[in-house]
Design a protein around this ligand. Structure first.
Ligand code: ADP
Length: 655
């Protein structure tokens, strides 16, 4: 029994020993390591969280340096014995750009090193750990380690660009060969490198985007400025065109005397540039002076007389502008050594612009524009004024030409009237004695007052024919003078058909005498017209007489009447010599006689002029169609009477 109890007790004791051995030798260290790992994990988590919280994307290279700095400080806080150096790749070497904490010797910023290990590390993109003790003793890294007293370091590449890291953080461990080659900073260093890379990449993109944005903004601003300028140019152009349009319309409208025309232009100028005085000084050759033209704006006409400048007065800005053809501007004419102040003072002018007025490369005067306010005109306004001045010159010329032409026209009209009155008086005075002469010649020729010798009879026949021609001329002249004056027409609804037939019948004998065949034809339903029988008969007679008179023996003359819509057309057609094109528009002029037949065929050159006047007084139209050598067609159209066709009322109404 005792044996059994002893064995059991021994077994329990042994088990107890084994348990405590296992617990002390194996489990406790394992637990310690687990707790240590948990603690370091917790530290790393806190570190990385803090880093993440403070991360931001920098907009410039300096800001990126600040972030690197911040990361170094934090890393140092996590590993207080550490120190760090930051290198940047520059032209194949590594330049020291930053460092943290004390080294054996004070690092010198911007010193560059040839470090092959760094080159490789930068292109591999992986951290490289180096122990001073295991370096071969020849590289520059070794010299670096020695000069700064580094025993062990980790080169961490970051800021990747183009497959290559551009910076390296050399993390210097406090002691070499720590913990069998393991180093707790590794996750920190990798984390920092990853963060800095990501930040750099984003920052790069941001900077590029910003740059692009800036560039776009610059371009946009340039476009906006351009648009703005184009807009103001357009507005200015539109304003100038409007002003010019106003100038031109005002002048070409009713303003046809120089004073009114100039005044209209100067008013527009004053409105455009907001001026108080606008005057135009014209060069007067006789006086050798610049003289203010009538129609100035802001200067009463009576004051105008006090405003003239001798052209040899070179102290005057107006004279200089006139002589050198250049515009001039002064912000304060009363206190400007370039300006003679008396005229400026006379009209209280401060701001002043002067532009030459030139026509066909010759300066004919100047335009002076003044304002009572100081410094209120701009270069643009001066340019605008130069444009107006050119127009002004043309318009002034145009006005004076128009004036000359209308004065000549008036004179001519006056002369024409005098001539008509003279002809009318003379005709009347001639008609009575001529009738007496014709009467007595007829009586003598008839032999009632005694027999005549053959010679006497011949002579008297010549006198008779001449008297006939003279009578004809006088009655034509009288007709013309009546038509020019206020002739009373006796309008009535008349049948053109009858008129054509009667005229043709009356001319038959004449035609026969000349061996000409005369015929007439009218539309069956040729409508009546509203006309004066006597005058329209005279028109038809004139046309028939001409056709017979100018056509040679054997010719044919046809008179016809037809309807063309709202008008009735009478046509007298012959197969005579025709009228050359250059004479066609002249034959309706008073006293015009065809060149070829004037000497051979008697006439006054008044028949067609009278016919034209008569037809037009009836609201009709007369014209001719002819080709030299192939006959002529004289046509006239009269409006159809607004009555039922064919129903010609017996009581013809007057108009
Ligand atoms: P007149 O017959 O007295 O010269 P008119 O005024 O009747 O004056 O005619 C003007 C001119 O027109 C004539 O001189 C003639 O040259 C030309 N003329 C008119 N009718 C004809 C015609 N039927 N054929 C050729 N010329 C014509």
């Amino acid at each position: 029994m005792d044996q059994i109890v002893f064995s059991l007790t021994l077994t329990v004791f042994c088990a107890f020993l084994v348990y405590w051995y296992i617990r002390f030798a194996l489990i406790l260290p394992l637990e310690g390591r687990t707790r240590e790992t948990e603690r370091s994990f917790a530290r790393f988590t806190a570190f990385s969280r803090e880093m993440m919280d403070h991360v931001y994307v920098p907009e410039s290279a300096e800001h990126y340096g600040d972030i690197v700095n911040y990361y170094m400080v934090k890393l140092h806080k996590a590993f207080p014995d550490s120190s760090m150096l930051v290198f940047e790749s520059s032209e194949g070497r590594w330049k020291l750009i930053n460092y943290l904490k004390n080294f054996k010797a004070e690092p010198k910023l911007m010193t560059s090193y040839q470090l092959d290990v760094f080159d490789k590390c930068a292109s591999d993109g992986e951290p490289v750990r180096m122990e001073r003790a295991s370096l071969d003793g020849s590289s520059e890294v070794e010299a670096l380690f020695d000069s700064f007293g580094i025993v062990s370091g980790v080169a961490v590449p970051f800021m990747h660009g183009g497959g290559q890291a551009r910076r390296i953080l050399l993390y210097c461990e406090p002691c070499a060969g720590r913990r069998d080659g393991a180093y707790p900073e590794e996750p920190y260093l990798r984390f920092i490198a990853a963060q800095l890379n990501a930040i750099h990449k984003t920052s790069d993109k941001l900077v590029a985007a910003r740059k692009e944005q800036e560039q776009l903004r610059g371009e946009l601003n340039a476009v906006l400025r351009e648009l703005d300028m184009a807009g103001s140019r357009l507005i200015r152009g539109a304003k100038e065109r409007k002003a010019l349009y106003e100038v031109v319309t005002k002048v070409t409208g009713e303003e046809t005397d120089v004073a009114k025309g100039t005044s209209a232009i100067l008013n527009v100028v004053a409105k455009m540039v907001d001026a108080d005085v606008v005057s135009c000084l014209r060069f007067d050759e006789g006086r050798n002076e610049l003289v203010v033209t009538p129609g100035s704006f802001g200067i009463p006409d009576e004051e105008r007389m006090r405003y003239s400048i001798p052209v040899d007065n070179l102290a005057s800005a107006s004279v200089r502008s006139f002589l050198n053809g250049k515009p001039f501007m002064s912000p304060d004419a009363q206190n400007d050594p370039e300006v003679q102040p008396q005229h400026a003072k006379l009209w209280s002018i401060r701001s002043l612009m002067i532009v030459p007025i030139a026509l066909h490369n010759r300066t004919i005067g100047v335009l002076r524009v003044g304002s009572r306010r100081k410094d209120c005109f701009t270069q643009d306004q001066l340019e605008f004024l130069s444009i107006i001045a050119d127009e002004l010159a043309i318009i002034m010329e145009m006005i004076s030409l128009y004036e000359n032409v209308s004065a000549t026209a008036k004179e001519l009209a006056q002369l024409n009237k005098l001539k008509d009155e003279f002809l009318s008086t003379v005709s009347h005075e001639l008609k009575t004695p001529l009738t007496t002469i014709k009467g007595f010649v007829s009586v003598i020729l008839s032999g009632e007052v005694g027999p005549l010798s053959e010679q006497q009879a011949n002579f008297l026949s010549v006198v008779d024919q001449a008297t006939n021609r003279l009578t004809n001329l006088i009655s034509n002249l009288l007709d013309l003078s009546r038509l020019n004056g206020k002739v009373e027409m006796e309008f009535a609804v008349i049948s053109l058909k009858d008129l054509i037939r009667d005229s043709a019948a009356a001319m038959l004998l004449k035609a026969k005498e000349k061996g000409i065949s005369l015929s007439f034809s009218t539309d069956e339903d040729l409508p009546p017209v509203f006309a004066d029988v006597r005058w329209i008969s005279q028109v038809i007679d004139n046309l028939l007489i001409n056709a017979i008179k100018y056509s040679g023996r054997g010719a044919r003359v046809v008179i016809s009447g037809s309807t063309k819509g709202e008008v009735a057309v009478v046509c007298v057609e012959d197969t005579g010599p025709g009228i050359p094109p250059e004479e066609q528009k002249l034959v309706f002029d008073k006293f015009y006689r065809g060149k070829t037949n004037a000497s051979q065929v008697p006439g006054t050159g008044l028949g067609l002029a009278i016919s034209k006047s008569v037809v037009e007084k009836h609201g009709g139209k007369i014209w001719l169609e002819s080709r030299a050598g192939s006959g002529s067609r004289f046509l006239f159209a009269l409006p159809v009477a607004k009555q039922k066709r064919g129903a010609v009322p017996a009581d013809a109404a007057g108009r």
